[in-house]
Write a protein that binds this ligand. Structure first.
Ligand code: SF4
Length: 296
Protein backbone atom coordinates (compact mmCIF):
# COMPACT_ATOMS: atom_id res chain seq x y z
CA UNK A 1 0.00 0.00 0.00
CA UNK A 2 1.37 3.40 -0.98
CA UNK A 3 1.18 5.88 1.90
CA UNK A 4 1.37 9.68 1.75
CA UNK A 5 2.40 11.74 4.75
CA UNK A 6 1.65 15.41 5.36
CA UNK A 7 3.36 17.13 8.29
CA UNK A 8 3.06 20.72 9.55
CA UNK A 9 6.30 22.71 9.68
CA UNK A 10 6.82 21.96 13.38
CA UNK A 11 6.95 18.20 12.68
CA UNK A 12 8.76 18.18 9.31
CA UNK A 13 12.14 17.72 11.00
CA UNK A 14 10.87 14.43 12.43
CA UNK A 15 9.94 13.16 8.95
CA UNK A 16 12.31 10.13 9.02
CA UNK A 17 11.09 8.97 12.41
CA UNK A 18 7.41 9.29 11.41
CA UNK A 19 7.66 7.92 7.86
CA UNK A 20 9.89 4.95 8.72
CA UNK A 21 7.32 3.74 11.23
CA UNK A 22 4.78 3.55 8.41
CA UNK A 23 6.85 1.22 6.19
CA UNK A 24 8.93 1.65 3.06
CA UNK A 25 6.36 2.71 0.48
CA UNK A 26 5.89 6.22 1.85
CA UNK A 27 5.90 9.57 0.05
CA UNK A 28 6.36 12.71 2.14
CA UNK A 29 4.56 15.88 1.07
CA UNK A 30 6.95 18.83 0.78
CA UNK A 31 4.07 21.28 0.46
CA UNK A 32 2.64 23.53 3.15
CA UNK A 33 0.44 21.96 5.80
CA UNK A 34 -1.12 24.89 7.64
CA UNK A 35 -4.21 23.07 8.85
CA UNK A 36 -6.68 20.33 7.97
CA UNK A 37 -7.90 22.84 5.39
CA UNK A 38 -4.65 22.23 3.54
CA UNK A 39 -4.80 18.68 2.12
CA UNK A 40 -2.13 17.89 -0.49
CA UNK A 41 -4.55 16.94 -3.28
CA UNK A 42 -1.80 16.10 -5.80
CA UNK A 43 -0.19 13.61 -3.41
CA UNK A 44 -3.60 12.24 -2.45
CA UNK A 45 -4.17 11.25 -6.10
CA UNK A 46 -1.00 9.15 -6.16
CA UNK A 47 -1.30 7.22 -2.89
CA UNK A 48 -3.77 4.73 -1.37
CA UNK A 49 -3.97 6.59 1.92
CA UNK A 50 -2.76 10.00 3.12
CA UNK A 51 -1.82 10.46 6.77
CA UNK A 52 -2.36 14.11 7.68
CA UNK A 53 -0.71 14.94 11.01
CA UNK A 54 -1.49 17.34 13.83
CA UNK A 55 -4.88 18.61 12.68
CA UNK A 56 -8.43 17.37 13.18
CA UNK A 57 -10.77 16.65 10.28
CA UNK A 58 -12.41 19.57 8.52
CA UNK A 59 -13.37 17.85 5.26
CA UNK A 60 -14.14 14.18 4.83
CA UNK A 61 -12.00 12.32 2.28
CA UNK A 62 -12.31 8.51 2.07
CA UNK A 63 -8.55 7.99 1.99
CA UNK A 64 -7.30 10.68 4.39
CA UNK A 65 -6.51 9.71 7.97
CA UNK A 66 -6.14 12.62 10.41
CA UNK A 67 -3.57 11.94 13.12
CA UNK A 68 -4.00 14.36 16.03
CA UNK A 69 -0.92 15.49 17.93
CA UNK A 70 -1.60 16.18 21.59
CA UNK A 71 0.97 17.82 23.85
CA UNK A 72 1.05 16.94 27.54
CA UNK A 73 1.26 19.64 30.22
CA UNK A 74 1.10 20.04 33.97
CA UNK A 75 -2.63 20.42 34.68
CA UNK A 76 -2.17 21.39 38.33
CA UNK A 77 0.22 24.21 37.48
CA UNK A 78 -2.06 25.51 34.73
CA UNK A 79 -5.07 25.37 37.11
CA UNK A 80 -3.06 27.30 39.75
CA UNK A 81 -2.21 29.92 37.17
CA UNK A 82 -5.86 30.27 36.10
CA UNK A 83 -6.75 30.72 39.79
CA UNK A 84 -5.29 34.23 39.44
CA UNK A 85 -8.10 35.19 37.04
CA UNK A 86 -10.44 37.47 39.01
CA UNK A 87 -13.59 36.49 37.05
CA UNK A 88 -15.17 33.30 38.41
CA UNK A 89 -17.28 32.48 35.36
CA UNK A 90 -14.99 31.53 32.53
CA UNK A 91 -15.12 29.82 29.12
CA UNK A 92 -12.25 27.46 28.29
CA UNK A 93 -10.79 27.20 24.78
CA UNK A 94 -7.59 25.76 23.30
CA UNK A 95 -5.85 24.84 20.10
CA UNK A 96 -6.01 21.16 19.13
CA UNK A 97 -2.70 20.17 20.81
CA UNK A 98 -4.08 20.99 24.26
CA UNK A 99 -7.81 20.19 23.88
CA UNK A 100 -7.60 16.64 25.24
CA UNK A 101 -7.08 17.88 28.81
CA UNK A 102 -9.78 20.54 28.87
CA UNK A 103 -12.51 18.34 30.49
CA UNK A 104 -10.13 17.42 33.34
CA UNK A 105 -9.02 21.03 33.72
CA UNK A 106 -12.67 22.10 33.86
CA UNK A 107 -13.22 19.66 36.78
CA UNK A 108 -10.17 21.01 38.65
CA UNK A 109 -11.26 24.61 38.19
CA UNK A 110 -14.85 23.88 39.24
CA UNK A 111 -13.61 22.25 42.43
CA UNK A 112 -11.85 25.51 43.24
CA UNK A 113 -14.98 27.61 42.75
CA UNK A 114 -15.11 28.52 39.05
CA UNK A 115 -18.13 28.08 36.82
CA UNK A 116 -16.66 26.80 33.57
CA UNK A 117 -18.16 26.79 30.08
CA UNK A 118 -16.64 24.19 27.78
CA UNK A 119 -18.55 23.85 24.52
CA UNK A 120 -17.93 22.21 21.18
CA UNK A 121 -18.33 24.54 18.23
CA UNK A 122 -19.40 23.90 14.62
CA UNK A 123 -18.53 20.93 12.36
CA UNK A 124 -15.20 22.56 11.51
CA UNK A 125 -13.86 21.67 14.98
CA UNK A 126 -13.90 18.24 16.65
CA UNK A 127 -13.32 18.72 20.39
CA UNK A 128 -15.04 20.73 23.13
CA UNK A 129 -13.27 24.05 23.49
CA UNK A 130 -11.27 23.66 20.28
CA UNK A 131 -10.74 26.85 18.27
CA UNK A 132 -9.03 27.53 14.96
CA UNK A 133 -7.65 30.82 13.68
CA UNK A 134 -10.68 30.85 11.37
CA UNK A 135 -13.29 29.47 13.76
CA UNK A 136 -14.33 30.50 17.27
CA UNK A 137 -17.75 28.83 17.24
CA UNK A 138 -16.91 27.14 20.59
CA UNK A 139 -17.55 30.62 22.05
CA UNK A 140 -20.88 31.18 20.32
CA UNK A 141 -23.45 32.60 22.80
CA UNK A 142 -20.77 32.54 25.50
CA UNK A 143 -22.32 33.44 28.87
CA UNK A 144 -19.08 33.53 30.86
CA UNK A 145 -17.61 36.87 31.93
CA UNK A 146 -14.12 36.01 30.68
CA UNK A 147 -12.41 33.54 28.35
CA UNK A 148 -9.29 31.50 29.15
CA UNK A 149 -7.28 30.30 26.15
CA UNK A 150 -4.67 27.53 26.37
CA UNK A 151 -2.07 27.53 23.64
CA UNK A 152 1.14 28.99 22.26
CA UNK A 153 1.27 32.63 21.21
CA UNK A 154 -1.50 35.21 21.33
CA UNK A 155 -3.08 34.94 17.87
CA UNK A 156 -6.05 32.76 18.86
CA UNK A 157 -6.52 34.69 22.10
CA UNK A 158 -6.74 37.93 20.11
CA UNK A 159 -9.30 36.31 17.83
CA UNK A 160 -11.33 35.17 20.83
CA UNK A 161 -11.29 38.69 22.24
CA UNK A 162 -12.37 40.14 18.89
CA UNK A 163 -15.10 37.48 18.57
CA UNK A 164 -16.60 37.79 22.07
CA UNK A 165 -15.68 41.32 23.10
CA UNK A 166 -14.89 39.84 26.52
CA UNK A 167 -11.74 39.79 28.62
CA UNK A 168 -9.46 37.00 27.38
CA UNK A 169 -6.57 35.46 29.31
CA UNK A 170 -3.97 33.37 27.50
CA UNK A 171 -2.16 30.59 29.36
CA UNK A 172 0.90 28.97 27.87
CA UNK A 173 0.46 25.33 28.99
CA UNK A 174 4.18 24.65 28.87
CA UNK A 175 5.31 27.31 31.38
CA UNK A 176 1.83 28.14 32.82
CA UNK A 177 2.37 31.85 32.15
CA UNK A 178 -0.88 33.84 32.24
CA UNK A 179 -1.35 36.97 30.06
CA UNK A 180 -4.31 39.32 29.83
CA UNK A 181 -4.84 39.89 26.12
CA UNK A 182 -5.34 43.34 24.69
CA UNK A 183 -6.98 43.25 21.25
CA UNK A 184 -7.39 47.04 20.94
CA UNK A 185 -4.19 47.55 18.93
CA UNK A 186 -5.00 44.59 16.69
CA UNK A 187 -8.46 45.98 15.90
CA UNK A 188 -7.14 49.52 15.45
CA UNK A 189 -4.62 48.20 12.98
CA UNK A 190 -7.32 46.39 11.01
CA UNK A 191 -9.18 49.70 10.61
CA UNK A 192 -5.89 51.23 9.47
CA UNK A 193 -5.45 48.53 6.81
CA UNK A 194 -8.99 49.18 5.54
CA UNK A 195 -8.38 52.93 5.45
CA UNK A 196 -5.44 52.31 3.07
CA UNK A 197 -7.94 50.94 0.52
CA UNK A 198 -10.15 54.04 0.43
CA UNK A 199 -10.36 55.37 -3.14
CA UNK A 200 -8.50 52.41 -4.70
CA UNK A 201 -10.17 51.02 -7.81
CA UNK A 202 -8.51 47.75 -8.88
CA UNK A 203 -9.17 44.84 -6.56
CA UNK A 204 -7.92 41.24 -6.71
CA UNK A 205 -10.23 38.78 -4.97
CA UNK A 206 -8.00 35.96 -3.75
CA UNK A 207 -9.27 32.37 -3.62
CA UNK A 208 -7.12 29.54 -2.29
CA UNK A 209 -7.35 26.14 -3.97
CA UNK A 210 -6.72 24.47 -0.60
CA UNK A 211 -9.94 22.46 -0.13
CA UNK A 212 -10.80 23.73 3.36
CA UNK A 213 -10.08 27.38 2.53
CA UNK A 214 -11.72 27.65 -0.86
CA UNK A 215 -14.62 30.12 -0.74
CA UNK A 216 -15.42 30.74 -4.40
CA UNK A 217 -19.05 31.74 -3.78
CA UNK A 218 -17.94 34.36 -1.28
CA UNK A 219 -15.33 35.60 -3.79
CA UNK A 220 -18.02 35.90 -6.46
CA UNK A 221 -20.15 37.91 -4.04
CA UNK A 222 -17.17 40.22 -3.29
CA UNK A 223 -16.49 40.64 -7.01
CA UNK A 224 -20.10 41.63 -7.68
CA UNK A 225 -19.99 44.17 -4.83
CA UNK A 226 -16.83 45.67 -6.33
CA UNK A 227 -18.24 45.83 -9.86
CA UNK A 228 -21.48 47.39 -8.58
CA UNK A 229 -19.34 50.18 -7.08
CA UNK A 230 -17.59 50.84 -10.38
CA UNK A 231 -14.33 49.13 -9.37
CA UNK A 232 -12.33 46.82 -11.60
CA UNK A 233 -12.19 43.33 -10.08
CA UNK A 234 -10.86 39.87 -10.90
CA UNK A 235 -10.94 36.61 -8.97
CA UNK A 236 -7.44 35.14 -8.61
CA UNK A 237 -6.82 31.44 -7.82
CA UNK A 238 -3.72 30.47 -5.83
CA UNK A 239 -2.68 27.60 -3.59
CA UNK A 240 -0.32 29.25 -1.10
CA UNK A 241 -0.94 33.00 -1.07
CA UNK A 242 2.50 34.60 -0.88
CA UNK A 243 3.77 38.12 -1.65
CA UNK A 244 5.97 36.75 -4.49
CA UNK A 245 2.98 35.33 -6.35
CA UNK A 246 1.21 38.70 -6.28
CA UNK A 247 4.20 40.76 -7.44
CA UNK A 248 3.28 41.07 -11.13
CA UNK A 249 -0.47 41.39 -10.71
CA UNK A 250 -2.08 44.74 -11.58
CA UNK A 251 -4.16 45.30 -8.44
CA UNK A 252 -4.24 48.20 -5.95
CA UNK A 253 -5.39 45.95 -3.09
CA UNK A 254 -6.67 42.48 -2.32
CA UNK A 255 -9.66 40.89 -0.66
CA UNK A 256 -8.48 37.61 0.81
CA UNK A 257 -11.20 34.94 1.00
CA UNK A 258 -8.70 32.23 2.08
CA UNK A 259 -7.23 31.70 5.56
CA UNK A 260 -7.86 34.89 7.58
CA UNK A 261 -4.39 34.54 9.17
CA UNK A 262 -2.93 35.74 5.86
CA UNK A 263 -4.61 39.12 6.38
CA UNK A 264 -4.35 39.25 10.17
CA UNK A 265 -0.85 37.85 10.73
CA UNK A 266 1.08 38.13 7.46
CA UNK A 267 -0.19 41.44 6.03
CA UNK A 268 3.15 43.22 6.66
CA UNK A 269 4.84 40.93 4.12
CA UNK A 270 2.55 42.09 1.31
CA UNK A 271 3.24 45.18 -0.78
CA UNK A 272 -0.48 46.04 -1.16
CA UNK A 273 -3.25 46.03 1.46
CA UNK A 274 -4.83 42.60 1.89
CA UNK A 275 -8.13 42.84 3.71
CA UNK A 276 -10.81 40.29 4.68
CA UNK A 277 -14.33 40.02 3.18
CA UNK A 278 -16.03 41.63 6.24
CA UNK A 279 -13.48 44.46 6.04
CA UNK A 280 -14.25 44.93 2.34
CA UNK A 281 -17.96 45.18 3.19
CA UNK A 282 -17.08 47.78 5.83
CA UNK A 283 -15.05 49.69 3.22
CA UNK A 284 -18.14 49.74 0.99
CA UNK A 285 -20.31 50.99 3.88
CA UNK A 286 -22.23 47.72 3.98
CA UNK A 287 -21.54 47.05 7.67
CA UNK A 288 -20.89 49.19 10.72
CA UNK A 289 -17.90 47.29 12.11
CA UNK A 290 -15.08 45.36 10.48
CA UNK A 291 -15.99 42.07 12.21
CA UNK A 292 -13.89 38.90 12.47
CA UNK A 293 -13.55 36.76 9.35
CA UNK A 294 -14.68 33.21 10.16
CA UNK A 295 -14.89 30.07 8.05
CA UNK A 296 -17.73 27.73 8.97
S1 SF4 B 1 -8.07 28.32 7.25
FE1 SF4 B 1 -6.25 29.04 8.36
S2 SF4 B 1 -6.88 29.21 10.49
FE2 SF4 B 1 -8.39 27.92 9.43
S3 SF4 B 1 -7.72 25.80 9.73
FE3 SF4 B 1 -6.83 26.52 7.80
S4 SF4 B 1 -4.80 27.33 8.34
FE4 SF4 B 1 -6.00 27.17 10.25
Amino acid sequence: MKIGVQLPDGLKRRAFEICEELGSDVILSGESCFGACDIDLALLEDVDVLYHYAHSEILKFDNVVYVPYFVGFDLQKVAESINNVPEREIALIATLQYCHNLPELKGLLESSGFRVELKKGSERVKFPGQVLGCNYSALRDCKASAVVFLGDGLFHALGASFYTNKKVYAVNPINSELTLVNSKDFIKNRYLQVSKCVGLKKVGILVSTKPGQKRLKLAEKMKKLALDRGMKALIVYLNDITPEKLLNLPFDFYVNTACPRISYDDYRRFEKPIITPPEFEYLLNLREEIGLDEIE
